[in-house]
Write a protein that binds this ligand. Structure first.
Ligand code: FME
Ligand code: ZN
Ligand code: ZN
Length: 426
């Protein structure tokens, strides 16, 4: 890799800043601006481009660097264009400002999650093209909407589309997480999301009366049981026995009860209904049936006048019933190639992990594709969805070289037995 000049570096950072300054925060992302920006980048790189709207106002931008051996399946580098909202007043530097401080830290919403990655893909291509590098496999970049709200109008629809089929994708890379130490983190699976609402009913009564089976008491029994389960899982992590992605997490996200009054709530009336919502994350290795049983029998048993409903309930298997796990052994050449490519670019890699939250990669694994989560951010605090999200510019620049190396390895990979492929069949 060549070291960019001071001027080239500042142009690279300026382009990143320009992308960060486009307000693509949910719930009203400016996808028109982000689409125009990406198309402008694509044009300057002579990449093929297409914009697809499965749902109006939710554009997916797909760029292509055609390979010289089009009969080989392609590589897809995915990134989402939306970001989560920010509490502007609580930031040191404004979340849409992309201010660079004295240490070279770039402050912006999306600096880690994941405008960095989307731009690094493009910058890697910008550095590779003049070097004369020609990919054998076609390389696709997808810039997709709405990951932060579940990806239903983005990757979920893409993964089931004819367009996607015709792309003939072999491997997908998507976002990972920052690493506080020197090792980059690679994710071979992720936890699936269950959003559970449990509801208790019970006899209403005077606030002064002690009696059993009120809605509040019934709900609180459940909350106590769920908290014990939460603590038992969390203890495994605290004791160093399990990683965050390997346990089932439960967090209470909402509480709803009480009889409203003009001054707040009626205080001397025990309500007849009460409910609580939980964000549950289930690793692909978990016993789903036993968790379902636990919810029905312990967390929301009908015998305690409880009922439950899932607002969202992801699966842990693909359409053929196989666990949503991308192999990390020799059966998956992409894993080894990725590790090698990162090492060639002087990056270090930690042990494979399960991503603790969920991303668009879910939909790619669901259709049976291998997919790896990776964001090249080492020596960086994990600040996604937090105040003062930042990425150091030197770290960002390093990531570009890592993607150059990955693109070279991935697009050049020819599986054993196919060495004598014709070039440019079309
Ligand atoms: C299941 S849709 C929500 C997706 C979201 N992804 C990033 O934070 C998450 O909560 O993990
Ligand atoms: Zn993200
Ligand atoms: Zn996010």
């Amino acid at each position: 890799t060549t070291t960019p000049t001071q001027d080239e570096q500042s142009q690279i950072i300026s382009r990143f800043q320009e992308y960060l300054r486009i307000n693509t925060a949910q719930p009203a992302p400016d996808y028109e601006k982000s689409t125009q920006f990406i198309l402008t980048q694509a044009k300057s790189l002579s990449l093929e481009s297409q914009v697809i709207e499965f749902v109006q106002g939710k554009p997916l931008v797909i760029l292509k660097w055609p390979g010289s051996h089009p009969s080989l399946p392609s590589i897809l580098l995915n990134s989402h264009t939306d970001v989560v909202p920010s509490e502007h007043s609580k930031w040191l530097h404004p979340p849409l400002g992309a201010h660079v401080d004295e240490q070279g830290n770039i402050f912006a919403r999306g600096s880690q999650d994941m405008k960095c990655v989307g731009m690094q893909y493009l910058e890697a291509i910008r550095k590779l093209k003049p070097s004369g590098f020609q990919p054998k496999r076609s390389l696709y970049l997808s810039f997709v909407p709405d990951e932060e709200i579940g990806g239903h109008d983005g990757v979920e629809k893409l993964a089931h589309s004819h367009v996607f089929k015709s792309m003939n994708v072999d491997i997908v890379l998507d976002e990972g997480l920052a690493s506080p130490n020197e090792n980059y983190r690679l994710f071979y699976a992720e936890r699936t999301t269950w959003w559970l609402v449990i509801k208790a009913t019970g006899a209403p009564g005077h606030g002064a009366k002690l009696y059993d089976n009120s809605a509040m008491e019934n709900l609180f029994k459940s909350i106590e049981i769920i908290r014990r389960f939460r603590a038992s899982q969390f203890d495994l992590v605290k004791a160093g026995l399990k990683d965050e992605g390997d346990i089932i997490s439960v967090n209470m996200a909402s509480l709803k009860a009480g009889t409203p009054s003009p001054t707040g709530f009626v205080m001397n009336l025990q309500p007849s209904e009460a409910e609580a919502g939980f964000d549950i994350r289930v690793p692909p290795t978990a016993n789903v049936e036993s968790l379902e049983k636990r919810i029905a029998e312990e967390w929301a048993p009908a015998s305690r006048n409880m009922s439950f409903e899932f607002k969202d309930k992801g699966t842990t298997v693909d359409y053929l019933g196989r666990p949503l796990i991308t192999a990390t052994d020799s059966s998956n050449p992409w894993w080894t190639l990725l590790e090698e490519a990162i090492k060639k670019a002087n990056g270090k890699v930690g042990k494979p992990e399960i991503f603790p939250a969920s991303t668009d990669v879910y939909y790619f694994r669901r259709v049976g594709l291998p997919a790896i989560g990776f964001s090249p951010m080492a020596n960086t605090p994990i600040l996604l969805h937090d105040h003062n999200e930042f990425l150091n510019q030197a770290e960002y620049l390093k990531g570009i070289d890592v993607y150059m190396s990955i693109i070279k390895e991935y697009t050049s990979y020819i599986p054993p037995g196919r060495e004598n492929l014709p070039r440019d069949e079309f």
